[in-house]
Design a protein around this ligand. Sequence first.
Ligand code: BG6
Length: 494
Amino acid sequence: PKAEPCVLVIFGATGDLTWRKLIPSLFSLARKDCLAEDFRILGIGRREMSDDAFRDDLRGRLTASGSDKGTAEAGAFTEDAWNAFAASISYLSGDFFDPETHRRLAERMKDFPGANRLFYLATAPSAAPEIVRRLAEVGLNREERGFSRIVLEKPFGHDLASAQELNRLIAEDFDESQVYRIDHYLGKETVQNVLFFRFGNALFESVWNRNHIEYVEITAAESLGVGHRAGYYDESGALRDMVANHLMQLLALTAMDAPVSLEADSVHDKKSEVWRSIRPMTPEQVASRTVRAQYVAGTVGGEQVPGWLEEPDVPASSRTETYVALDLRIDNWRWAGVPFYLRTGKRLAQQVTEIAVHFHKPPLSFFPCQDCFQSNVIILRIQPDEGISLTFGAKQPGTSRRAVPVSMDFCYQGNFEDPLSAYAVLLLDALRGDSTQFTRGDGVEAQWRIMTPIATAWAEQDQEPMPTYVAGSDGPHQAEGLLEWNGHAWRSIA
Ligand code: BG6
């Protein structure tokens, strides 16, 4: 179904997120005829600019080449399609911290057809409380004649206390049903498929528990560095940038119980139960069950790259982690005793995001098996080469009595059409009022309840040398140790 008519107000209209993700995704939705005829976009930014200048700027970005290009999200560019889409875009210049901007915004809203509005905060996180309050001051939070929703980007706070405070501030002016905390991983087709794979088939769910599963690995390895975002990344680090949101979501989807229905609250309830079942670590547990590290110069994809501390805009004293590995335990009936190993990092050997579910070994082994720990694994490949594979041991042909690992594979490519981009999916959901694939307020707090003790313990170990890994490698050797003492091993990402 098409989205309802609405005005989408983007705060931070001249920023990166707008031209890299939001506008290309909206453009692709427009061309697929998913947006209502009366759909309008109003960008707000500090820079003085006319409507036309704003449209031209966006057009230039979409058609630029190389790294300045609005990403593939937009699909093929045609002049006619762009002109039709661009007619819905306008611009308002103003400082988000100035009440006058919000008064002018409220005035401007009267020019648009309909009364539905979606406010997208594509700004620095520090601007969010101010914008939320000012919107309420001019009455734009009210839902008298149509809906009023806000979309908030990550990071949602930087620890438990700040996330709680932000939730409290938002709740003063907006009902939870109006709030959409975005995590773009939830818009990925393969991430959404985790629930369909588990609960759309009777085959897997009956073995999806501690009786059959030995351990679970969740990997989000990136070969890329931080690009031009070193300033942001130095403040956040891998734990806050990737684990506190994307990896926590992958973990919840893998571990949650079946929801009562696919209604947003039913799904959110089950995810929150998973996060609440993970006991926050003590400082001793942080020492033994977490690894953090920074990359040093190396070769990635044939290219020589500098180490983290040599990157532009990174202080030589930076103790920001560019790699994290964790051994988390979910203390409930389904998962007690099953390690969930999470790892993510920049400048690793490959770009790969996957969930690997390892089943127990057979109780007796008659067949000598090479690489047996790679057998009986279900791999949900999130990206790239999206797909699912099941590996198992098969008899090596001939007179041998050896078993060798083989696999059954499903690939998205060739079986399905190219999906919508994650941002397009989530924008459409927000326009339609479906918050299932967003994070509820108690969810972000539950995630921070797990992350904050880790970040705190690390901050207190500031005298200890920071582990390192060579750019282009699998990560620090300490991460191997995290699994070894349980008799487990990471899948190779090289
Ligand atoms: C973002 C992080 O949320 O996700 C980035 O801030 C990271 O550091 C990115 O590179 C990864 O997203 P994707 O969709 O490329 O896996």
